[in-house]
Write a protein that binds this ligand. Structure first.
Ligand code: NAD
Length: 390
């Protein structure tokens, strides 16, 4: 690998910390990337979580105290993947230590935490901060985004964006930090999955003017560590009906995030229909992109038609993978990191950028509007960033 070396540290060596370490091991798959990342340090408060990282030869620091990691001169970029209630303090400490940061969503447990992280970033403009959101890097999602952004769909008629899974269909599944307000946040599933569903709409400039929401807590108790039921007090499902006023037109947009969507394992989907065309993509059929058009029928006339194409393996950054091969979750993580580190190096060009801190913070304003809308049973205006800061 020829790119400039970037030394990466991880805080939180759980599910996502290991995913990043694995992605960095596949870095040579990227063609002509300007940066060569090297994982040098990992912190987790559980010593047993650190053991997995011993197999990675470039790691020279394993610690249970993240302050030790931040004191190291051997780290340029830090990835933090910890519980939501820890985001605010750890992200701010990373920024104050002068390390660049790829934060995990939801970028703070609530809106106040997100604003406090934004303040820390504003006080350190030399620090590069972005937030993880990898699903838009599926090639089908990239094709959908480019189709929409081109304006080819004409006046937008309707939008549906969703992230759906059913990890919580099993009512006997033990409680964990992702299912409790104190550690996940009052926004519940909107904290877990919100940025996944909002990233592309926000990037298109589709900030809703109003939100109406239906929120559901379907499973209210789960077995605790000793089997005794404990409160499972977060929202499981959230359906937000939004009104978007954009580029001289106004249209409805539905944004769904669900932990209990029977039949769905981990489905990210986007469907946008306009007067001149439509596009839809779902990771349920990860190769397939559907395009709507009015087509000429042999023999005469035109008809409405949804047509299917196969998106291959190529996403934002080119890889050595054969163009016709399939793409998956771990490829999306690699692509997100390729774009994060390329943007940091000033070499992203017009490729799709990782979610920025303001996009991440916006998801908290939307969740707050949804919570109010749910309680009051009416559509609620979304706070503008200026109002939220006042
Ligand atoms: N981008 C995605 O697709 C995606 C998927 C899952 C989770 N996430 C996000 O990633 C973050 C972490 O989720 P996860 O599933 O990896 O959680 P996890 O519970 O699997 O891992 C979290 C790790 O953090 C460690 N930890 C706790 N406190 C710590 C501290 N003070 N210092 C260092 N380590 C500490 C825990 O011991 C644990 O190993 C969350 O913000 C979550 O929303 C993102």
């Amino acid at each position: 690998m020829n790119g400039a070396e970037v030394r990466v540290g991880i805080i939180g060596g759980g599910l996502m910390g290991r995913e990043l370490a694995a992605a960095l091991g596949r870095w040579p798959a990227l063609i002509d990337h300007p940066v060569c990342p090297r994982l040098t340090a990992v912190c987790d408060i559980r010593p047993e979580a650190l053991d997995w990282f011993r197999q990675i030869e470039t790691v020279t620091q394993l610690t249970t105290d993240y302050h030790e990691l931040l004191a190291s001169d051997e780290i340029d970029v830090v990835y933090v993947a910890v519980r939501h209630d820890l985001h605010e303090s750890i992200y701010a400490d990373v920024i104050r230590a002068g390390k660049d940061l790829l934060a995990e969503k939801p970028f703070g447990i609530d809106g106040a935490a997100a604003e406090s992280i934004l303040d820390a970033a504003a006080a350190h403009p030399e620090v590069f901060v972005r937030c993880s959101s990898e699903m838009p890097y599926f090639p089908g999602a990239q094709l959908a985004y480019q189709t929409i952004a081109s304006g080819a769909l004409g006046r937008i008629v309707s939008v549906r964006s969703a992230f759906l899974h059913s990890s919580d269909l099993d009512v006997h599944k033990p409680i964990n930090w992702k299912r409790q307000v104190a550690t996940c946040g009052a926004a519940g599933v909107m904290n877990d999955l919100g940025l996944h569903a909002w990233h592309v709409p926000l990037r298109l400039g589709w900030v809703p003017s109003t939100v109406y929401a239906d929120l559901e807590n379907i499973v209210t108790e789960r077995p605790g560590p000793d089997g005794t039921p404990v409160a499972c007090d977060t929202w499981d499902n959230a359906v937000l009906h939004c009104r978007v006023d954009s580029a001289g037109s106004s249209f409805p947009m539905t944004v769904e995030t669900k932990r209990i969507a029977p039949g769905e394992k981990n489905t990210w989907l986007l469907e946008v229909v306009g007067m001149d065309g439509g596009v839809r993509f779902s990771t349920k059929n990860p190769k397939r992109v559907e395009l709507f058009a009015k087509i000429a029928i042999p023999g005469g006339g035109t008809e409405q038609s949804w047509q299917q194409i196969d998106a291959g393996s190529q996403s934002a950054w080119p890889t050595v993978t054969g163009g016709i091969f399939e793409f998956g979750f771990s490829d999306a993580i690699l692509q997100m990191w390729a774009c994060f580190l390329a943007e940091r190096a000033g070499a992203l060009g017009d490729r799709f950028a990782t979610a920025n801190p303001h996009e991440a913070a916006m998801t908290h304003r939307l969740a707050a509007a949804a919570a109010e809308a749910h309680v009051e049973g009416r559509a609620v205006a979304v706070a503008s960033p200026a109002a939220a800061n006042s």
